[in-house]
Design a protein around this ligand. Structure first.
Ligand code: XMP
Length: 326
């Protein structure tokens, strides 16, 4: 019978059986699925697991710390953090096209992750061990969507890390393959993960990179991070986190409008709030947030974020709009 405790115990037994005394790597994205998968595998095989977190500099305020401190504190997992902000920003320099940005971020991510995995493989090899498994947070709906296949992942090494095989082949460990999202959250809670991780709202892999309409720069990211943190604080304070699906905050970096602030005229950028309600992100409606909450967010963002002199609300459903702006 289905209880969270049974699911955890059975998964742990299955992971131990599959991995034996070999080693495994797992990429953490900051999202619920990879966090719960990693926590389960950590429970099962302990220090035979190493997690990799690629900090691409496109995360929201406090999110990298959440992985680096809170997740590690809750699980005791061995974590390799790669600070790749400069690499991502360089690759994104001068690029405004949304699809280009997505391609570049995806490509750099794979490069950085592969390099890190290759280093872990090399270090394990020095100790006479082998890394043969890659942990992934695949859920049941993903399995159904992709036709149910399972097996191996082939990681091509683009980098000449001394003495490594050209292609690293991993077998997949997918402990969440039979679970739905709400069950994954229950398992995460059972494993002692913090609420902020277990109940995290969806956030796109390319991060804030696709929430800046225009070129992505460090200054613009810092500005958006501040505005986004304010919106999240106020939504949380108002108890609205579980009423909305997510609330992208978007910087229109290529748009300026005239304002008046303090003693003078300003010529700043607009911030867009995009609160949506949804069941599965395939369709969505714009959330009717209370006016007083919207007012607080607007006042704080225009007061506290330099260069932003206007806050606008997106009142488009999906379709025709997508949830993200890019
Ligand atoms: P759209 O904008 O297509 O978004 O309506 C639907 C849902 O997917 C999220 N999203 C992504 N998630 N990688 C992700 O992991 C991505 O590249 C990506 N793009 C959009 C979005 O936040 C929303 O929840």
């Amino acid at each position: 019978d289905w209880t969270t405790t049974n699911v955890v115990e059975e998964s742990i037994a299955a992971i131990r059986e599959q991995v034996g005394s070999k080693r495994a790597v797992c990429g953490l994205s900051g999202g619920v699925d990879s966090a719960v998968a990693a926590a389960l595998v950590q429970r099962a095989i302990g220090s035979q697991l190493t997690c990799v977190y690629v900090d691409h500099g496109l995360m929201r305020k406090g999110e990298s710390e959440q992985v680096e401190k809170d997740f590690v504190a809750a699980t005791g997992v061995q974590l390799k953090v790669v600070d790749a902000e400069e690499q991502f920003l360089e690759a994104l320099a001068g690029v405004s096209d949304p699809e280009q940005k997505r391609k570049i971020i995806g490509r750099e991510f794979i490069r950085v992750f592969e390099q890190a995995a290759a280093e872990i493989v090399a270090e394990a090899g020095e100790h006479g061990e082998s890394v043969e498994f890659l942990v992934q947070g695949t859920l049941y709906p993903d399995v159904v969507e992709s036709g149910g296949g399972t097996g191996t992942a082939n990681i091509k090494s683009h980098h000449n890390v001394g003495g490594l095989p050209e292609d690293l082949e991993f077998q997949l460990v997918e402990p969440l393959r039979r679970l739905f999202k709400d069950e994954v959250r229950m398992v995460g809670a059972e494993l002692g993960l913090p609420d902020e991780i277990v109940h995290r709202q969806p956030f796109p892999g390319p991060g804030l990179g696709i929430r800046i309409v225009g070129e992505v720069t460090k200054e613009r990211l810092d500005l958006l991070r501040e505005a986004d943190a304010i919106a999240r604080q106020e939504l949380t304070a108002a108890g609205l986190d579980r009423d909305i699906w997510q609330c992208p905050v978007v910087l229109l970096a290529d748009v300026r409008s005239v304002g008046v602030q303090g003693d003078g005229r300003t010529y700043g950028h607009p911030i867009v709030l995009r609160p949506v309600s949804s069941e599965d992100a395939m369709t969505a409606d714009w959330s009717r947030l209370p006016y007083d909450v919207l007012a607080r967010i607007s006042t704080r963002i225009t007061n506290e974020v330099a260069d932003v002199n206007r806050v606008v609300l997106d009142v488009t459903s999906k379709p025709p709009g997508t949830i993200e702006w890019e």
